[in-house]
Design a protein around this ligand. Structure first.
Ligand code: ADE
Length: 246
């Protein structure tokens, strides 16, 4: 059973893009996951293939129409499809490894990419979308954000990563940033690798790495140390099932 991603976008030509290469691309070739990019515009019904309109209440930009977005979803998602519907938007809850883990453990994802000013909120709520942001900056659309989300999920699908790329110890797996890495030569430009790493003492190495992880997390991301209590944190929260349209 493979993990299936469907992306709804006004720019299907952007996909698979980087997801067709490297780890994700090889996993796709091996049939471990699939990606279908669908053009939202195919759901438009008028001669001009209109997908958007001006915002009620005034203001700049255009808003994707709820009827068009809903029709695009209906055409892409078969009856009984259990995949969560994720809307990529800077208004969303921050994407964290905890949500990535939950999504990767499920049947796949349907990702809606916004453009213009946004998507009519009624269809977002009627379809029970999970609104997700990849960070506190504004991209020109949700496509790159969807790629980030999918890349993060795909590498966790069983069989995608070999032992060499194991996700066990990496950043965020224990709410800590990762310790620094070193390889040969043991001395480079007069700079020595930390001696403990050359010692062959596994317990000492593990203690040093733990201590470095905690120190770098305290310095750069003190917020991670209190992750569970953060507003908007998705840590541990179950995915809510997609609601049917009203
Ligand atoms: N669309 C535009 N900016 C975004 C962001 N930061 N995260 C998710 N989707 C977006």
């Amino acid at each position: 059973m493979s993990w299936n991603a469907t992306v709804l976008t006004l720019f299907p030509g952007m996909f698979p893009g980087p997801l067709g290469t490297s780890l994700a691309g090889r996993a796709m070739e091996r049939g471990l996951w699939s990606l279908e990019a669908r053009d939202i515009r195919d759901a438009a019904t008028d001669r001009h293939r209109t997908v958007d309109d001006t915002p009620f209440g005034g203001g700049a930009g255009m808003v994707l129409r709820p009827d068009v977005v809903d029709a695009a979803i209906a055409a892409a998602v078969p009856e009984g499809d259990a995949r969560p519907l994720v809307f990529l938007t800077p208004r969303g809850v921050p994407l964290r490894q905890s949500l990535v883990r939950q999504l990767a453990a499920g049947p796949g994802v349907v990702a809606l990419c916004g453009r213009y000013e946004g998507v009519d909120q009624r269809v977002v709520e009627a379809r029970g979308m999970i609104e997700v942001s990849i960070g506190d900056y504004v991209l020109s659309g949700g496509e790159l954000a969807a790629m980030v989300l999918l890349d993060a999920c795909v590498r966790l699908i069983p069989g995608v990563m070999g032992a060499a790329e194991s996700a066990e110890e990496e950043s965020f797996s224990s709410n800590l940033l990762e310790y620094p890495h070193y390889t040969r030569p043991a001395e480079w430009r007069g700079l020595r690798v930390p001696e403990v790493l050359l010692s062959g003492h596994h317990a000492e190495v593990a203690r040093w790495r733990r201590e470095r992880s905690e120190a770098v997390t305290r310095e750069r991301r003190p917020d991670l140390l209190t992750e569970q209590g953060r507003p908007g944190s998705t840590a541990g929260a179950p995915l809510h099932p997609a609601a049917s349209p009203a």
